[in-house]
Write a protein that binds this ligand. Structure first.
Ligand code: ADP
Length: 169
C-alpha cells in the first residue's frame, strides 16, 4: 500500500486537479447527536472518498446561528429552528474534495425528509423537516461564508491523502 501511495503521489500532484480542493461545511444537528448518528454520517463521507479537514463538537450560540441562518429570519419556523439548533451539541465538520458541495447536498437529501430519497442521510434517518439531522452548505459562496463563520483558520488542516492521487491519476 505504501509503495502504491508513493508511486501515485510522485506521478501527479493532487493539488493540480481543478476543483479537488473544494470545501463544504457539514454539521450534524442536535437530533443527529442525540440519536447517536455521528459515526454513521461521518462514515458516509469517508467512504465516498472525501477528506476530513476540520472537526469539532460545540454548543452553538444564538449569535452564530443568527449569522448562519440570517436569511431565514422572517420565516415562521425561525424561532423553533433556533431552539432546535441550540437544544444540544452539534458536530461541525469541513469536508474537502472534488465537487464536495454538490455531492454532499445529494448525499444529505431534500430539506424536507418526507421528500428525501432513501439512501440519503435525511431519507434514511428522518421524517420531519423540523428535525432533519444534518446541515450541508448549498453553494461555493455559502460554503466559504459558513466555514469562516464556524471555524478558525488554524482549526482546518491541510494534509495529503495519498489514496486520492490514484483516483485522478
Ligand atoms: P437546507 O438545510 O436543506 O439548506 P434551508 O436552508 O431551506 O434548507 O433551511 C434551513 C433549515 O431550516 C432546514 O435544514 C431545517 O432545519 C429548517 N427548516 C426549513 N424549513 C422548515 C420548516 N418548514 N419547518 C421547520 N423547519 C424548517
Amino acid at each position: 500500500l505504501l509503495s502504491g501511495c508513493h508511486r501515485a503521489a510522485g506521478r501527479r500532484s493532487l493539488s493540480s486537479v481543478p476543483g479537488v480542493r473544494e470545501r463544504t461545511l457539514i454539521a450534524i444537528k442536535p437530533d443527529g447527536v442525540q440519536r447517536r448518528l455521528v459515526g454513521q454520517i461521518i462514515q458516509r463521507f469517508e467512504q465516498r472518498g472525501f477528506k476530513l479537514v476540520g472537526l469539532k463538537m460545540l454548543q452553538v450560540s444564538d449569535d452564530l446561528l443568527s449569522q448562519h441562518y440570517g436569511q431565514l429570519r422572517t420565516k415562521p419556523f425561525y424561532p423553533g429552528l433556533l431552539q432546535y439548533m441550540t437544544s444540544g451539541p452539534v458536530v461541525a465538520m469541513v469536508w474537502e474534495g472534488y465537487k464536495v458541495i454538490e455531492s454532499s447536498r445529494m448525499m444529505v437529501g431534500h430539506t424536507n425528509p418526507a421528500e428525501a430519497q432513501p439512501g440519503t442521510v435525511r431519507g434514511d434517518f428522518s421524517i420531519h423537516v423540523s428535525r432533519n439531522v444534518v446541515h450541508a452548505s448549498d453553494s461555493v459562496e455559502g460554503a466559504q461564508r459558513e466555514i469562516q463563520l464556524w471555524f478558525k483558520g488554524k482549526e482546518l488542516l491541510n494534509w495529503e491523502c495519498c489514496d486520492h492521487a490514484s483516483t485522478f491519476g
